[in-house]
Every structure is written in C-alpha cells, then in structure tokens.
Write a protein of this length. Structure first.
Lengths: 177, 199
C-alpha cells in the first residue's frame, strides 16, 4: 500500500503497456493483470484479486473498470485515476486515428485476414481469464459447482447476469459456497 | 463505415436516411454514453445497440455492426474504442472526450465508493463469502461467453488452425502463465498469417 511516485510510475507504465496488448476487450487482459499484480508486484493477494474482479463485475460499466479498482487498492484515488488514464489513453488515441483512417483500408484483403486472425486469439484469452478467476477464488467444490451451473445457465438462456450474481451471493452468505 | 463522414463538427451522416436525427450535441453524447455505462450491467454491447440504434437512431444496424467490428479489432476495451470513434465522428476531439467521460466517469465514481467499502469491510466473513460466490458465478459467466464465441470456430470444420490457435493461446496464458506480450508477439503473426494464406 505504499504510494510513492515510483509506485505510481510503475502502475502507469504497466497499464499503458497492458492496454496495447488487450485485444478483444478488457477481459482478455485479466490473466496478465493477475500475473503482474499478484505474482510479480504483490500488490494484491490471490484472494483480493478474485474479490476485485467480483466487485468490478458488480459495478455497471465497461469491464476494464477493474483497472481503477486495482489502482485504487495500490495507491488510493490517485492510483485509480492514473491506472485508468494509462489503460485508456494510448488505445483511445489509436482508436481516434484509426477510426478516422478506417475508410481507406476498408475492403482491403489484409483487413479481413487481420480481423479473422484475431478472433481465435481473443477466444483463447477469454478462456484463460475465466480459468484464472476460477482458480484464484477461494475454491471449494461447491464454488466449482456454482461456476459450472452459471456457465450452463448463461449459455442456454438469455438472462441478465445480475440475478445469477445475486443468487450466488446468497449461496455464499448462507455458507454453501 | 463509409456512410458516416469522418469530418468534424458539422458532420451529419451524408447518406443517412431522412429518419436520422441531426448529429448529437456534446451533452447528448455524454448522456448517451453514461446511460450505456450505467445500464449496461453484464454486457455493454446489448445496451449500446439499444441506445445508439433503436432509441436515438444515430446509427443504422449495419453502421453499428461495422463500427463495432472495427472496435473489436483494435486494442483496448471495445466499448471504449466505440465511444472514441463515435464521439469523434460527430463532434471531433471534444466529442471523443465527452463520450469517454460519460462512459467512464460514473462507473469510476461508483467503483471508488465500492473500493472504500471493501477496504473497511473486506475481511468481514459474510462479505467474504458473498464475494466468493459472485466470483465463482462470474467465472462461469465468462465461460459461457467463451463457449458462445468459440461455437462457430469448432463447428465450422473448414479449418483446424483456428481452434488450434485458440487452444494454444489458452494454454500459454491460462495454464502455463506466460507473459502476455511474449505470447501475443508469437501467436498473432501466426494466426493472421494462416488466415491470410487461406483467403
């Protein structure tokens, strides 16, 4: 919980680089965030990381809001703001310029190759994120059952996840999980 | 995407049908993205479609799909890229900044309040158990998303390469825990190369 200038710089540098590698959205960056924040920097414990993820899921808004909570945990409000600026700044600038130029490369052959080539990588990353979260929660057999049942329900039905999260929270409160 | 003029300020969609309203003001942009952020629980995609296409009619369904496809190719959050590209098309740099502020501002405030509560009560046994339940369910939700995304990859048997790339990425990151930049530097050129050769 030290919040010196060095820590803030480390936060900013890490998330700026991470943002450029987070293809397919915020969730694909979860494993790398976990590896760095928990294993390398020891900013959070495994359990705190799982909590952070759960809280970010409960908060409405884009998935990458978890970055603000990690930053907040490391260095308070300043940490949250700096982490979010680092995570959003570089990619927003890139999106701005590429969005303006997009008409020029639309329809080019490589455009299709790039977009189709990125799809399986994104899928692999999202699967890795689910695994990292599942294995960093306090994982009992009952928790595994909650994960499995949620996966099946969400796959089969179109249901707002808030209901499932609510039910899972109640199961947790009741001491089942 | 070519239906939308990239010029700033006065840029109304040039070929948009007459049912399109005039380009949104900065305030309207802020409100729209704040709405998407605060309602878009567990999936901002569905809500951004509802607000942008169905309610406000700022984009046709085709324009929405094209813009979203571009956003998911770029690094960074898809909806964040969407807010930048959409905001800047209608109102230039100020439009992009206002759209980002609407999208990220309210959730940032909320999550910092949550952070304070967690810092004080995070060790309370009841809260701990509830959070463990939620994290377990959230992991399951993500697995369902993966299954939905991966379906076409494995059902469409034309290529075994794409499923292999997905599995290799999963193992390298999710099981072996290799650093993301190294893995992506190796796997992205291979994957794009494969889909290029198969064009």
């Amino acid at each position: 919980m030290k919040s010196g200038a060095g820590t803030l710089l480390t936060l900013a540098g890490f998330f700026a680089v991470l943002s450029l590698f987070s293809i397919g959205g915020g969730n694909s960056a979860i494993p790398e965030m976990h590896r760095y924040a928990v294993d390398v920097q020891h900013w959070l414990t495994d359990r705190q990381f799982a909590d952070t993820f759960a809280l970010a899921q409960l908060t409405p808004g884009p998935n990458l809001i978890i970055v603000a909570l990690v930053g907040f945990h490391v260095a308070g409000v300043l940490g949250a703001v700096i982490a979010m600026l680092a995570m959003c700044g570089p990619t927003s600038v890139a999106a701005y310029f590429i969005g303006r130029a997009s008409e020029r490369f639309k329809g080019k052959a490589w455009h299709g190759a790039v977009s189709r080539g990125l799809v399986p990588v994104t899928i692999g990353l999202t699967a890795a994120s689910a695994t990292v979260i599942a294995t960093s929660a306090d994982y009992s057999r009952a928790a595994g059952a909650v994960t499995g049942v949620t996966a099946i329900i969400c796959y089969v039905f179109r249901i707002n996840p808030i209901w499932i999260f609510g039910a899972a929270a109640l199961l947790g409160l009741a001491g089942v999980v | 995407m070519n239906e939308l003029s990239p010029t700033r300020g006065s840029a109304a969609p040039s070929t948009a049908s007459s049912s399109h309203p005039p380009p949104p003001s900065l305030a309207a942009l802020f409100v729209a993205f704040a709405t998407i952020a605060l309602c878009g629980f567990g999936g901002v995609l569905a809500w951004s479609h509802r607000v942008m296409v169905e309610e406000r009619r700022w984009l046709t369904p085709e324009q929405f799909n094209e813009t979203y496809a571009l956003c998911s190719m770029l690094p960074g959050g898809n909806i964040l890229n969407f807010s930048v590209i959409f905001g800047s098309r209608f109102r230039g740099v100020p439009g992009a900044l206002v759209a980002i502020a609407g999208l990220l501002g309210p959730p940032m405030l909320l999550i910092m309040i949550i952070g304070v509560i967690y810092a004080h009560y995070g060790e309370m046994p009841a809260l701990r158990r509830a959070l463990t339940g939620i994290a377990s369910a959230a992991a399951g939700l993500m697995m369902a998303t993966v299954a939905k995304m991966a379906g076409p990859l494995f059902v469409n048997r034309r290529s075994i390469a794409a499923p292999l790339v997905a599995v290799a990425t999963f193992v390298a990151i999710g099981i072996v825990h290799w650093p993301l930049p190294l893995v992506l530097a190796a796997i992205i050129p291979i994957s794009i190369g494969i889909s290029w050769v198969r064009l």
